[in-house]
Design a protein around this ligand. Sequence first.
Ligand code: BG6
Length: 495
Amino acid sequence: MVNRITNRCDIMLFGALGDLAQRKLFPAFYQLERAGLLANDSRILALARRELDTAAVRKQLLERLEQSVKPEEFDRSVAEAFLQRVEYQVLDFQDEKAFGVLNDWREGGNCERSNELIVYMATPPAMYGVIARNLRSASCCTEKTRVVVEKPIGHDLESSRVINDELGEVYKESQLFRIDHYLGKETVQNLIALRFANNLFASQWDQNHISHVEITVAESVGIEGRWGYFDKAGQIRDMIQNHMLQLLCLIAMDPPSDLSADSIRDEKVKVLKALRTITPDMMESYVVRGQYTAGTSIGKPVPGYLEEEGANKRSETETFVALKVEIDNWRWSGVPFYIRTGKRLPEKLSQIIIHFKPAPHYIFDPDQKHLANNKLIIRLQPDEGMSLKILTKDQGLHKGMRLRQGPLELTFSETFEAERIPDAYERLLWEIMKGNQYLFVRRDEVEYAWRWVDQIIRNWSDGGDPPKRYAAGTWGPVASIAMITRDGRSWYEDA
Ligand code: BG6
């Protein structure tokens, strides 16, 4: 059973009218309210530049909640009760003097200055430093204040250091909660349970038993009106530097000695440090970048990336990346991780496939030899669950010793029927309120991830090939299939 958070929190939400707050944060807070998890006196101060008052913002939030929360989960009385916690304050985030008003909120009304303070910066990263400094000038924060920031932390190693330094000038690392929302997903957390609660897997999790690993994070959507942001980032900064490398770390890391934030993060950092640098001469066989052209997505015709609204027709930004990643340590020596992610792929699907090595001596029908390796398929979304493909004898007299591959199946929605799978942000907010950092990214993780990704980006800009085209609704450029085929393997859906 999940307990109500006993500590009362004051939450200052910068960027409260923005897309992230409206689409993800308020619905997540609402769900925590609905589950009875918020402490009675916890309050939210919604901050943005637009001239509105609390009543207008509450009304707007109610409408948005009604649209975004599933009808069967929407309860108007709960939403109204939740919105009583929310007040709105117009604020120019650059105006140091204006920040005094935040203290009025902290001290006014029924406010308890003793409430813990959470500062959530749902703003572009360029604002983090200035908000932090202005909060310091206004003496809003204490040593216990928790500060939440979103990705992207910079666009390369250097810019991420600037942002981290600016935050570090005001807050200690133990106060900083850097979000990678993939870490809040139930199934991503489950990777830790799967690996470290089951000795069955723990003893098989290395180069002696695993031949290779596939990680796919596919989206059917395009860039959804975010051309301005996305074109500067591209898929490598938007997805690989953070979500994909985090997934890779959780699969590849050594067992932490406990579940504390630093034990887990120390192990992830060791993986990031062991990633083999992709040098210019490796680009052709280790990296594929693609850009979608017009095609069909989920049965509907859709434009190409260069025809999206606001597009620069000559952009060479990638919307797809496939990589062969090698980890230079004892556990993973010789085990490639093939990872790929893209927009406008055939479906929304995130899955990890662990391909185990075949038995050392094969004695069955030679025609079936290709079946002879077990696979563990971990479905992160949708249809969350796991499937272990094992080999059994085909039934029937006439089948002799023919083999058949069948799944040992665990589908979460069927097995744990009563439990609703919470959205990542619900869990992340909940952990922030409890002050637990284990689902958040430490500064050195961000920086080692940038260091590795920067090298690939540099190789592209130093005369690398332009992105290869792929039609929307397909699994990316054929070069991505060629990359894995060269190693005598195939992506799971092609097998
Ligand atoms: C975000 C990226 O971090 O993750 C988006 O900026 C992407 O481009 C999104 O669409 C994917 O998240 P999810 O939870 O829908 O898989």
